[in-house]
Write a protein that binds this ligand. Structure first.
Ligand code: AP5
Length: 218
């Protein structure tokens, strides 16, 4: 079973590439950002905490993330394989995930690092719009990623929305959180010889072509 991790700064293209990989290889997509946004929508006792972490650009606690992810991962173990988009987000989460896999006699197939500068990521985030139903991501200003009909999802035909954490101030904190907490994962996985770097500054199809050549060999 394939289990692929995408590690990248905010707005590098994790969601965009996850959809393409899942479509081509029949894998399932787990985005911890989406799991958190689903939990916020439940409006229960945890929602306020999760909302404030997301909107301030800081990470949600490891304990909550592992709880949100736990049951989803168990379901995934019976399927064809999956992509983790946004998890692990720090070395502690990676260590915990490695021991969960060990108990299931599984291991990470590969880790794909989408490399991009802060400046380009910030430009991409300004125009991001996404479908509240299927999660597909578009961009108002980047021709190749525009929906066929303005502000409408190609698949679901419903109105696209902007994320509340897609503003310049929160983006700055999210990027710094990435540098402080997530970037150390690059060395963590390099030492395990499972890290592949992709140039994510290129157009979407060219980024995907690099990913295909990696996934085809694992
Ligand atoms: P999350 O939802 O994971 O957000 P993120 O990491 O900031 O990543 P994004 O979803 O913003 O970007 P992306 O890389 O998916 O890019 P996209 O494909 O959309 O996390 C949100 C928050 O949840 C975190 O800040 C944290 O608080 C919390 N959280 C999540 N996981 C956690 C965890 N494990 N532990 C603790 N806390 C956690 O692309 C961006 C735009 O660019 C789009 O408009 C797209 O159309 C465009 N685009 C993409 N690729 C290209 C390309 N090649 N060329 C041109 N345009 C492109």
């Amino acid at each position: 079973m394939k289990s692929i991790i995408l590690v990248a700064p905010p707005a590098a293209g994790k969601g965009t590439q996850s959809s393409l990989i899942c479509e081509k290889y029949g894998l399932l997509h787990i985005s911890t950002g989406d799991l958190i946004r689903e939990a916020i929508a439940k409006n229960d006792e945890m929602s306020d905490y999760l909302k404030s972490q997301i909107e301030s650009g800081k990470l949600v606690s490891d304990e909550i993330i592992l709880k949100l992810l736990g049951s989803r991962l168990n379901e995934m173990q019976k399927g064809p394989g999956y992509i983790l988009d946004g998890f692990p987000r720090n070395v502690n989460q990676a260590i915990q995930y490695d021991s969960m896999l060990k108990e299931m006699n599984e291991k990470v197939s590969c880790v794909i690092y989408l490399a991009i500068s802060k400046e380009l990521a910030e430009k991409r985030i300004v125009g991001r719009i996404s479908c509240p139903k299927c999660g597909r991501v578009y961009n108002e200003f980047i021709a190749e990623n525009q929906p066929k009909i303005e502000n409408t999802c190609d698949e679901c035909g419903i109105e696209l929305t902007k994320r509340s954490d897609d503003n310049a101030e929160t983006f700055g904190v999210r990027f710094q959180t990435y540098l402080d907490e997530t970037a150390p994962l690059i060395d963590y996985y390099k030492k395990q010889n499972i890290l592949y770097e992709v140039d994510s500054t290129l157009p979407t199809d060219q980024v995907f072509a690099q990913i295909e050549s990696i996934v085809d060999q694992i």
